[in-house]
Structures are given as C-alpha cells and as structure tokens.
Design a protein around this ligand. Structure first.
Ligand code: C2E
Ligand code: CA
Ligand code: CA
Ligand code: CA
Length: 277
C-alpha cells in the first residue's frame, strides 16, 4: 500500500507538473513584472450619450512580457490571484490610476473619473475600504474621481462585510459600480442594500442585442431597473453606431467600447480628453 501510495503520488505530481508548469513560470515572471516596468495601464473612455463628452475612463491592465509579448489580463489575473501576487499588483494598479487621474485634474483637463477593477481574491485578502482610503490620501486624488468596479459574485461573497465596505467608501464620495451586470447569477435583492452609483451592462448582452430579442429585452430591463433604483447605467462592448443608437433609444446613460475608442495609453486618452471627438 505504501508503494502504491507513493507511485500514485508521483503520477499525480507529474500530471500536475505538466499542467501547471506554464502557470508556475508565468507566476515567477509576473513576480518581477512591476519592478521591471512591464506593467502598463490603458484607459478606455466612458462617454455620455446625452452630451457625447468623455466623462470617465476604465483602467485596464497590460503585461508586456519580454518574450511572450503582451499577455492578456484574462490569462494572468487568475495566476496573480492564486499566487497572492494580486495584492502587490492591485496596489500598483490603484496607485498608478490615482496618480494619473490626479495629474489630469491638476493639468486642468476636463473632469474625468478613473475606474479600477477589483478582483475577488484581493477582496478576501485585504480591507478594501482601508486600502482605498489610504491610497487616496497617499496620492492626493479627490475621492469623487475614483470609481471601483466590482462584480455581483464578488459582492455576494460576504454581503455583511461588503455593506460596511461600501458605506465607508460612499462616505468620502468614492464611486462604485457593478461590473458585468446580469452575468453573476445572484439574486437582485442585494441591490437594495448597496448604494452603488452605476450598473454596467455586460458586453455579452450588448453584443447580441441587435440580433437576439431576448438580449435586447434584458438590456432594456437593466436600464429600467437601474433608473428606478436611482443608479446610472453604462453599456460596455459598444462596437457599432447601431449599438449606440439602440442604447440611446432605450435611455442608457453612458457607453464604453471600440465604437468610441479601444483602451489606449495615458497620453492618447489625454489627447481624446483635450480634443473632444
Ligand atoms: P472587464 O472589466 O469586463 O473589462 C472589459 C474588457 O472588454 C476589457 O478587456 C476591454 O479591453 C474589453 N473591451 C472594451 N471595449 C470592447 C468592445 O467594444 N468589444 C469587445 N469585444 N471588448 C471590449 P481586457 O482589457 O482584456 O480585460 C479583461 C478583463 O481583465 C477585464 O474585464 C477585467 O475583469 C480584468 N482586468 C483588467 N484589468 C484589471 C486590473 O487592473 N485588475 C483586475 N483585478 N482585473 C483586471
Ligand atoms: Ca471592468
Ligand atoms: Ca465588464
Ligand atoms: Ca468581463
């Protein structure tokens, strides 16, 4: 039994090695990525449908790997979460985004908020409100210019704790939005406990709303729900003029997507902000 146990264990280890080798390698390389200057934030405009003006942006992380080239956050965020690296990386993201937004405000550019994505694992590991408030103090950014994007499933992890977290953030004026809304399979009743500012309609509904009646119905329902709860609503993944027209017709407040602009480096976002469009 002892031999069998050992060989089973070896077999398992070998299989695991094969599967996780790449992840382990990514993890090792990711560990030094921020210090090596391989991380970058891109900024994607959020545009008011009423005025056509940029009202904010979402900061989206990029990893420029020296050999692999650009690595998608969809690939490395899970690695960062599993390894705990999500904490220092998120720290870098929030600091960089806050400093950037502060620089834009100081330069007298048109007012823009900056939104940062919060990951589930990060929330388990640190005090979100304390961390955010400390970072605002450190960077001197006006709290009203910072927005946090959280998913439904993330909020549902620990509702009591999140209610407290949201209260502390709202107290100073940090903006909160629910990301990928409609994909989290959670009950809607949690919405009445959370004073969020914005619901973000997931891009999967936007992508299909012109061809699938059900998706258009969901988009309309989310817009109505948001407005009845006094939330704003933004649609993401807006790629065409037809998407834009339909969202405007249904009373959506803001859009984000390739139709207006893909995520761009800070200097390009600044040019969009200065020039209008
Ligand atoms: P997300 O928060 O849902 O971000 C929206 C994604 O849609 C981004 O992908 C964006 O580039 C992409 N996108 C924007 N406009 C369009 C469009 O018109 N059409 C299509 N098809 N896609 C569009 P990206 O940048 O690859 O990020 C993927 C995900 O990685 C994000 O999804 C977010 O969950 C995560 N992520 C990105 N940056 C960070 C970060 O700093 N921290 C954490 N924790 N997660 C991040
Ligand atoms: Ca997001
Ligand atoms: Ca999203
Ligand atoms: Ca998403």
């Amino acid at each position: 039994a002892k031999t069998l146990g050992r060989s089973t264990c070896v077999g398992f280890t070998q299989a695991m090695n094969h599967d996780t080798q790449q992840r382990v390698e990514l993890e090792t390389q990711l560990r030094g990525a921020a210090a090596a200057g391989q991380l970058q934030l891109l900024y994607q405009p959020k545009v008011s449908l009423a005025t056509g003006a940029i009202v904010g942006c979402e900061a989206l992380l990029r990893w420029h790997h020296p050999v692999l080239g650009p690595v998608s956050p969809a690939r490395f965020i899970p690695v960062a979460e599993d390894s705990g690296l999500i904490v220092p990386i998120s720290d870098w993201v929030l600091r960089t985004a806050c400093l950037q937004a502060r620089a834009w405000a100081d330069a007298g550019l048109p007012r823009t908020t900056v939104a940062v994505n919060i990951s589930a694992r990060q929330l388990l590991q640190q005090d979100l409100a304390g961390w955010t408030l400390d970072m605002l103090q450190e960077t001197g950014l006006a709290p009203g210019l910072l927005e946090l994007e959280l998913t439904e499933s993330l909020i549902a992890q620990d509702v009591e704790k999140m209610i407290d977290t949201f209260e502390r953030l709202k107290e100073v004026g940090v903006r909160l939005s629910i990301d990928d809304f409609g994909t989290g399979y959670s009950s809607l009743s949690y919405l009445k406990h959370f004073r969020v500012d914005t619901l973000k309609i997931d891009q999967s509904f936007v992508r299909n709303m012109l061809t699938q009646r059900e998706d258009e119905t969901i988009v309309r329902a989310v817009i109505a729900l948001a407005h009845n709860l006094q939330f704003e609503v933004i649609a993401e993944g807006v790629e065409t003029a037809a998407h834009c027209a339909l969202l405007r017709a249904h009373g959506c407040d803001e859009i984000q997507g390739y139709y207006f602009s893909p995520p761009v480096p800070a200097a390009e976002f600044e040019a969009l902000l200065r020039g209008g469009r």
